[in-house]
Design a protein around this ligand. Structure first.
Ligand SMILES: [Cu+2]
Length: 70
């Protein structure tokens, strides 16, 4: 199965709780795996398997949780 490697810059994370929130919202999405969120580098990286959510949906999920993704 082929997967797409995604990296977002995430603005607005200030603590470990924020990291956990972003990790959780991404992990819940269909087809998403290997979620790694880095507070210091403001980065969220993960994989999306074929047939999983779109990159835009993943971005929206982060923004719905109160952060800015780009
Ligand atoms: Cu926080």
């Amino acid at each position: 199965m082929s997967t797409q490697q995604i990296t977002f810059t995430v603005e607005g994370m200030t603590c470990g709780g924020c990291v956990k929130s972003v990790t959780n919202v991404l992990s819940r999405l269909s087809g998403v795996s290997d979620v790694a969120v880095d507070l210091a580098n403001k980065r969220a990286s993960f994989q999306i398997a074929d047939g999983g959510v779109s990159v835009q949906d993943a971005k929206n999920a982060i923004e719905d949780a109160g952060f800015l993704a780009r």
